[in-house]
Design a protein around this ligand. Structure first.
Ligand code: XMP
Ligand code: MG
Length: 179
C-alpha cells in the first residue's frame, strides 16, 4: 500500500465487481442506442476506461474538461469549459461518466448544458456518491458506492494531481495535507 494512505475505503477487487455490474446494466439499457459516453476529465478516466470495456454494445466516447469557478475544494456552481467535446450531442443518447458526485453543482450544470444542446437523453453514472454533501437537487442515475464525507483519492481521484494511479479508493494520512 502507498505510504501516504491511511486506509483503503474501497479495494481494487470491490471496484472491479461494481464496474462490471454497472457496465452490464448500461449495456442492457443502451443496446441499439449507440450511446455517447462523456468522460469528465481528469478524474473519471480510469473509471471510463474500465466501464466501457464492460459494455458489450456499440458505443462512442468523448471527453470534456470543466472547472468550477472559485478556489479551494468547494465548487461554486459556475462551470467553465476547459475542453469541449469533439462530437455533437444533438439527438444522441448521452451518458456522463463521473468519478464522484459531491455538491452536485458541476454535474447539474453539465447536464443542463447537454440538454440545452439538444441531446436525446442525458444520464449520469458516477462511481462514487457523497449524498450528505449535496447542495443542489440531483441524484446520479447510476451510482457505484455511496461514501461518507471524507476526502478520497485513487482510481482517478487526486490530491494536488497525485495519487490518481492508485488502483483502489483510499483516504490520505492527515500529515500529507500539512506538507
Ligand atoms: P461537485 O460539483 O459535485 O464536484 O461538488 C465534484 C468534483 O469535486 C471533486 N471532488 C473530489 N475529488 N476526492 C477528490 O479527489 C474527493 O473526495 C472529492 N470530492 C469531490 C471531484 O473533482 C469531482 O469531480
Ligand atoms: Mg472530477
Amino acid at each position: 500500500m502507498n505510504g501516504d494512505i491511511e486506509k483503503i475505503m474501497i479495494s481494487e477487487e470491490q471496484i472491479a465487481v461494481k464496474v462490471k455490474e454497472l457496465g452490464g446494466i448500461l449495456a442492457e439499457e443502451y443496446r441499439d442506442k449507440n450511446p455517447l459516453l462523456i468522460c469528465v476529465l481528469k478524474g473519471a478516466i480510469i473509471f471510463m476506461a474500465d466501464l466501457i470495456r464492460q459494455m458489450d454494445i456499440r458505443c462512442e466516447m468523448d471527453f470534456m474538461a470543466v472547472s468550477s469557478y472559485g478556489s479551494g475544494t468547494e465548487s461554486s456552481g459556475m462551470v467553465r469549459i476547459l475542453k469541449d467535446l469533439d462530437t455533437s450531442v444533438q439527438d444522441r443518447h448521452v451518458i456522463v461518466v463521473e468519478d464522484i458526485m459531491d455538491s452536485g453543482l458541476t454535474l447539474s450544470r453539465l447536464v443542463e448544458l447537454l440538454r440545452h444542446r439538444e441531446a436525446a437523453s442525458v444520464k449520469v453514472v458516477t462511481l462514487l456518491n457523497k449524498p450528505d454533501r449535496r447542495k443542489v437537487e440531483i441524484t446520479p442515475d447510476y451510482s457505484g458506492y455511496d461514501i461518507p464525507d471524507e476526502f478520497v483519492v485513487g482510481y482517478g481521484l487526486d490530491y494536488a494531481e497525485n495519487y490518481r494511479n492508485l488502483p483502489y479508493i483510499g483516504v490520505l494520512k492527515p500529515e500529507v495535507y500539512a506538507k
